[in-house]
Ligand binder design. Structure first.
Ligand SMILES: *Cc1c(COP(=O)(O)O)cnc(C)c1O
Length: 483
């Protein structure tokens, strides 16, 4: 349809999805490519591409797809990662030609619809976080952490306060200290108590004017809401430091509380977790960040602005840290997230979190007798059980349970994270699972813990590959075409 000889089809991007009139052809005459290239650069013969019949290609790809577990094929309680159902309506919204066919170098005037949606996304994220400024640019949660820390560094440089340290609790996601180091800070570990909360004495011992930022995940990776959050924020602010909220667990608090209200100065979102974007296997994601007014001038440019009824990309930000990603961010992921936010609306988002917390607590109450949960009888959206006793009494490890679950058609939970819980098994059912699915999962867990140890050591028994060396498989994959 596009680029026919006499007309060029364009889309009216001010109204996503609607096609516009045909433009007259451009009058530059078309020339044969062969005339433009030096003769020595031309091929002598067409390439000898392999001929593969269409059905064979389709079978190959469909069969490959069946080797992969996904939220569309199996229950996927992967704690911390929020593998929730990916509504198909999000896909339709993101695929509308007014979005999907936009060229990043189009002028603002021709992409008013796209800019309006991105502007509304900024506004929505600001409202949900309680923080007044937003950049959609970062490409993933970890990238949002790095970007926000670069923003913080720029802020401290600007006010002439050289600060060198970033504090991270010992149960933090590994990306937190990694981002701190990449942004040029010294990452300092904060102790947590046996209950899983920040150790306030250790905070006092490590907090001084050299601390730029305290990074905290709240609710934490243990599925606990930090009861001293306000106190922690006050102590950090009193020393001139900033609070960074790792927003990976926003699934638990949407519409119930806001990081900006409990002391955060900046946060990232993982739209691919919290707002149902499909992800896994390393992508795709996005990591928009929200910050307070005093940090807003340092955000990456451009930001989408609204003036009257017009939307534009604002590059005129002299204090900006500059770009962290090409163009406006990972728009496909942001559009799916926007569709999810608008589908639910304010009340619906609150229900999302209420159901996520309810489902996690239901499952916790069903499994804690066989898999004790050291930090609490109640949780937020996820909980971390410990397989320590099973390991001691029956020689069954968290890894054995994770692997055996695959034989029952369940994706493994996150295991061995956080490191503060021995034989950790981190379960996040999400809000979209039914009671029947949660019950079935609990039954499978009971059954597995009754099995003999050898069956578990040899598991999985039903997958194409049993127990690969996971590090080597990721670093040196053997990619062969299976006939
Ligand atoms: C997933 C996650 C991150 C990193 O986010 P990505 O989008 O995977 O880069 C950071 N912190 C926590 C707690 C997470 O669960």
């Amino acid at each position: 349809m596009r680029n026919t000889h006499d007309t060029k089809l364009i889309f009216d991007l001010s109204k996503p999805g609607r096609r516009a009139a045909r433009l007259p052809a451009c009058d530059v005459p078309e020339r044969d490519l062969a005339e433009l290239l030096p003769a020595a650069a031309l091929a002598d013969a067409p390439p000898a591409l392999p001929e593969v019949p269409d059905p064979q290609v389709i079978r190959h790809l469909v069969n490959l797809s069946t080797l992969t577990m996904s939220v569309d094929t199996n229950f996927y309680p992967l704690g911390s990662c929020t593998m929730k159902y990916n509504p198909k309506r999000n896909e339709r919204a993101a695929a509308m030609p007014g979005f999907a066919d936009v060229h990043p170098y189009q002028s603002d005037a021709t992409i008013q619809g796209m800019l309006e949606v991105l502007y509304n996304m900024q506004e929505s994220l600001q409202e949900i976080s309680g923080l007044p400024a937003c950049s959609l640019q970062p490409a993933a949660g970890a990238h949002g952490e790095l970007t926000a820390l670069l923003v913080a560094a720029a802020y401290f440089r600007d006010i002439d306060e050289p600060r060198t340290k970033v504090l991270c609790p010992d149960n933090a996601h590994g990306t937190n200290p990694a981002s701190a180091a990449m942004a040029g800070f010294d990452a300092i570990t904060l102790k947590t108590t046996a209950d899983g909360y920040v150790d306030l004495d250790d905070l006092d011992a490590k907090l001084d004017e050299s601390v730029a930022v305290l990074m905290i995940t709240n609710p934490s990776t243990l599925g606990l809401f930090e009861p001293n959050m306000r106190e922690i924020a006050d102590r950090v602010h009193a020393k001139g430091g900033l609070i960074y909220l790792d927003g990976a667990n926003m699934n638990a608090i949407l519409g119930i509380t806001r990081p900006g209200d409990f002391g955060a100065d900046m946060q990232h979102y993982n739209p691919h977790k919290t707002f149902s974007g499909p992800h896994g296997g390393g992508g795709p994601g996005a990591g928009p960040i929200c910050v307070t007014d005093k940090l807003a001038p340092y955000l990456p440019a451009p930001i989408v602005r609204k003036s009257g009824e017009d939307y534009s990309l604002d590059f005129d930000m002299p204090k900006s840290i500059g770009r962290v990603r090409a163009f406006f961010g990972n728009v496909g992921v942001l559009l799916r997230a926007y569709a999810y936010i608008r589908t639910h609306g304010p009340d619906g988002l609150k229900r999302v979190s209420e159901n996520a917390v309810l489902n996690a607590n239901y499952l916790l109450s069903r499994v804690k007798h066989i898999l004790p949960v050291p930090q609490g009888n109640r949780c937020m959206h996820e909980f971390v059980a410990s397989g320590k006793d099973l390991k001691r009494d029956k020689d069954i490890s968290a890894m054995d349970i994770a692997k055996r679950l695959l034989d029952f058609g369940v994706h493994a939970p996150t295991v061995y994270f956080p490191l503060t819980v021995p034989e950790a098994i981190m379960v996040e059912p999400t809000e979209t699972e039914s009671k029947e699915t949660l019950d079935a999962f609990a039954e499978i867990l009971f059954r597995i813990t009754e099995e003999d140890a050898q069956t578990l050591h040899d598991a999985p028994h039903t997958t194409a590959v049993s127990r690969p060396d996971e590090v080597r498989a990721a670093r040196q994959p053997v990619l062969v075409h299976a006939e």
